[in-house]
Design a protein around this ligand. Structure first.
Ligand code: ASP
Ligand code: MG
Length: 427
């Protein structure tokens, strides 16, 4: 008998019908001889609705109270799902994150899991119940207050529980059939990936792919928990995310490593350019110290060669749009001491990233990537690379055309339109 942790996202439990469908799926897994722990998100877009509501009563809601409010969303789903399972004649018990032993630090709205003590969950499944756990929430070790793990955090709850319970697999049920070679909402010809390494998945997640959260994949890699991403609507085989390709049932032929795993895109970032920075030691340090002290995470950084005549250089970096104002305010304050000329802020940018461990050993990938963009008439503003990724910044309006061109150029298009989006808005 195996232990399976299943996670159902908001679109899978969006309404009573959805909850009943999920209950049936869980009962199936149980009948197949598994112990089942199910982690649920809040119904549909209800987390967004709760945030909207909070902002109507206070422009900057208190973190502690916002967490109290938002965790209610997952509690609604977990209780309804337990009822639906009982209605099918099977035993189920629901648990809040705190009851399930999800212990976090005390940073409200983006807490980190520091320990999982799933004693009550273990007992519940050993007694023959399906244990239903509210995702995205925990309890602070120090303050004992309720915390949330940041948007989309239910995936992390599922993987953390799977690790703590030593589960055989963590199944993440979502509104698409798995991880695709590009966002199927944008690229209709995107192909479902059968298997992808943790490494490549981390790069996709870090560069805009929304199907799995970066933190969740990081956790899964650290504890070596294979993830199976699939749809609760179709029940098809989805995408396996793990260290090594799985061995197929037919023979011991492993799934082939693809050279390119996929193309990710991101339009949530903005670009800041510090213009006319004196080309001498300590200037970049001062700029990025100011950004770090404002607790802003940056992504790409580019410094130009200084103009010979002036000995001045430009430094550009990208960051989440939401942090744009904080960043420019922080930089204005050091304008005199750094002695730069001006600041430019541009939020009409987008990022396209090509990801695949195979590019390490295949020359020409970079050239082909740039050629595809150039053939599509897309201008490149910044470039950054890692061993297994190439990213460019373009105009936001060019992202979709660029993404499709690169996808086609690397032979990732599927013949059929298999990329079905079953529900949800992808937000
Ligand atoms: N309900 C939370 C959110 O929408 C957590 C999750 O869905 O994973 O962000
Ligand atoms: Mg959600």
């Amino acid at each position: 008998m195996g232990l399976v942790v299943q996670k159902y996202g908001g679109s899978s439990v969006a309404d009573a019908e959805g909850i009943k469908r999920v209950a049936k799926r869980i009962v199936e897994a149980k009948k197949n001889g598994n112990q089942v722990v199910a982690v649920v998100s809040a119904m549909g877009d209800s987390t967004d609705e709760l945030i909207d509501l909070a902002e109507q009563v206070s422009p900057i809601p208190a973190g502690r109270e916002l967490d109290m409010l938002l965790t209610a969303g997952e509690r609604i789903s977990m209780a309804l799902l337990a009822m639906a399972i009982k209605n099918l004649g099977h035993e189920a018990q629901s648990f809040t994150g705190s009851q399930a032993g999800v212990i976090t630090d005390s940073v409200h709205n983006k807490a980190r899991i520091i320990d999982v003590t799933p004693g009550r969950i273990r007992t519940s499944v050993d007694e023959g119940n399906v244990a239903i756990v509210a995702g995205f929430q925990g309890v602070s070790q120090d303050s004992k207050d309720i915390t949330t793990l940041g948007r989309g955090g239910s995936d992390t709850t599922a993987v953390a529980l799977a690790a703590a319970l030593d589960a055989d697999v963590c199944e993440i049920y979502t509104d698409v059939d798995g991880v695709f070679t590009a966002d199927p909402r944008v690229v209709k010809k995107a192909r479902k990936i059968d298997w992808i390494s943790f490494e490549d998945m981390l790069e996709l997640a870090a560069n805009g792919s929304k199907v799995l959260l970066h933190r969740c994949v990081e956790y899964a890699r650290r504890y070596n928990i294979p993830i199976h991403v699939r749809s609760s609507f179709s029940g098809l085989q989805g995408t396996w995310v793990s260290n090594e390709p799985p061995v197929s049932k037919q023979g011991d032929q492993q799934v082939e490593h693809a050279i390119i795993s996929g193309v990710a895109h991101d339009v949530s970032e903005a670009k800041v350019t510090v213009v006319g920075v004196p080309d001498k030691p300590g200037e970049a340090a001062a700029i990025f110290r100011a950004i770090a002290d404002a607790e802003i995470n940056i992504d790409m950084v580019v410094q130009n060669v200084s103009a010979a005549a002036t000995s001045l250089t430009d430094i550009s970096f990208t960051l989440p749009k939401a942090e744009g104002r904080k960043a420019t305010t922080a930089l204005e304050k050091i304008k005199a001491s750094v002695g730069y000329e001006s600041l430019r802020y541009d939020d009409q940018i987008g990022k396209i990233s090509l990801v695949g461990a195979g590019m390490k050993s295949n020359p020409g990938v970079t050239a082909q990537f740039f050629e595809a963009l150039s053939d599509a008439g897309v201008n490149i503003e910044l470039i950054s690379t890692s061993e297994i990724r190439i990213s460019v910044i373009t105009r936001e309006d060019d992202v979709v055309a660029g993404l499709r061109a690169v996808h086609t150029s690397f032979g990732l298009d599927s013949e059929s339109d298999e990329a079905v989006v079953y529900g949800g808005t992808g937000r």
